[in-house]
Design a protein around this ligand. Structure first.
Ligand code: NAD
Ligand code: UFG
Length: 323
């Protein structure tokens, strides 16, 4: 499967690219570099030992996206591209509505035009507004306290409407809390333009001496030490969540399964279309929630690993157990 990673050169995107490639997905990175550097992808290429197709473009421009969809067969999109600074969004709301809402609208239009209807969207815990209690659960009421949050909330609504209009869409909304950390190699990490907005890059840049001192914004909150409480998550764990989301939404048709196998074995598998087999049904797939709740069990391996391991067995043992 080939995944288009919008905003793939950015902080979370670049880390996710590594795990996607390690899980056997092919990717294309699409970014306008307004908050990223091409160097991040050059370093990801070193880590994974592969060349990564990189297209410079803007999600707001149909012609830029069309270039991607005309050059590659895209099976799903992980959509990181967008602006993310809360304070800036209050000063420049139109830029946020333009980049985030309009950009996502154009992306969905181009996806639909090319028959690609699977998207994992980078939403945010900000869509819970100021929650009435913690910890926050998925069914808490949604609201926004700033234009950035409203842009995420509106995109979620737009994607929900899209699904209602056409249930062929597979849509995953991931509401991130506070990703920090970096890939264990120490070669990629968070490198925000200008003065960091977020706490962790500010602490790190102060520790290295780039900044003299950091400000702790308020110590009179009702918390253990009076300063703000957040839910930090290692960026590699968050990246892994994207691979799991893709695996989860990937129920596979027969032809998609053949394609996945072709990717694993590195050659074409000849096939032709024959009449229906008696007794077959169109669709069958499970909801594994109960097994997770009762047994604490969930499957770990995605289609690429399944095909890779099947092929290893078949190629090591062409006649099965017969020698
Ligand atoms: P980031 O700024 O490092 O990555 C975003 C990437 O998108 C950048 O590479 C940027 O150049 C690119 N981009 C922006 N506008 C674009 C456009 N119009 N066309 C093409 N590319 C564009 O930010 P990140 O921390 O990696 O965040 C990724 C996503 O996750 C964002 O949508 C953000 O809102 C969301 N998110 C982040 C956090 C966080 O704390 N980092 C929390 C919740 C949600
Ligand atoms: N903080 C400081 N000093 C700084 C920077 C931040 O004290 O220099 C404080 C903030 O006031 C806050 C805490 O550190 O109390 C965390 O702030 P961040 O800016 O790192 O993170 P936020 O929780 O405000 O926002 C982040 C993302 C948003 C996302 C949200 C989801 O930036 O995009 O998490 O929970 F929506």
């Amino acid at each position: 499967m080939r995944i288009l990673v919008t905003g793939g050169a950015g902080y979370i995107g670049s880390h996710t690219c590594i795990l996607l490639i390690e899980a056997g997905y092919d990717i294309v990175v699409f970014d306008n570099f307004c908050n990223a550097s091409k160097e991040s992808i050059a370093r990801v290429e070193k880590i994974v030992g592969k060349t990564i197709p990189l297209i410079e473009g803007d999600i707001r421009y149909k012609e830029d996206l069309n270039r991607v969809f005309e050059s590659y067969t895209i099976d799903a999109v992980i959509h990181f591209a967008g602006l993310k600074a809360v304070g800036e969004s209050v000063e420049k709301p139109l830029e946020y509505y333009d980049n985030n809402i309009y950009g996502t609208l154009v992306l969905c239009q181009v996806m639909a035009a090319h028959g690609c209807k699977s998207i994992v969207f980078s939403s945010s815990a900000t869509v819970y507004g100021d929650p009435h209690s913690t910890p926050i659960k998925e069914d808490f009421p949604l609201s926004a306290t700033n234009p950035y949050g409203r842009s995420k909330l509106f995109i979620e609504e737009m994607l929900r409407d899209l699904y209602v209009s056409d249930p062929e869409w597979k849509i995953v909304l991931l509401r991130y809390f506070n990703p920090i950390g970096a890939h264990e190699s120490g070669t990629i990490g968070e490198d925000p333009n200008g003065i960091p907005n977020n706490l962790l890059p500010f602490i790190a840049q102060t520790a290295i001496g780039t900044r003299a001192c950091l400000s702790v914004f308020g110590d009179d909150y009702d918390t253990v030490d009076g300063t703000g409480v957040r839910d930090y998550i290692h960026v590699m764990d968050l990246a892994d969540g994207h691979v799991k989301a893709l695996d989860k939404m990937s129920t596979f048709t027969e032809i998609m399964t053949i394609k996945a196998f072709e990717a694993a074995c590195g050659k074409k598998v000849p096939y032709s279309i024959a009449p229906r087999r008696a007794g077959d049904i169109a669709t069958c797939f499970a909801d594994p929630t109960y097994a997770k709740a009762v047994l604490g069990w969930e499957a770990q391996r995605g289609i690429n690993e399944m095909c890779k391991d099947s092929w290893r067995w078949q190629s090591n043992n062409p006649q099965g157990y017969k020698s």
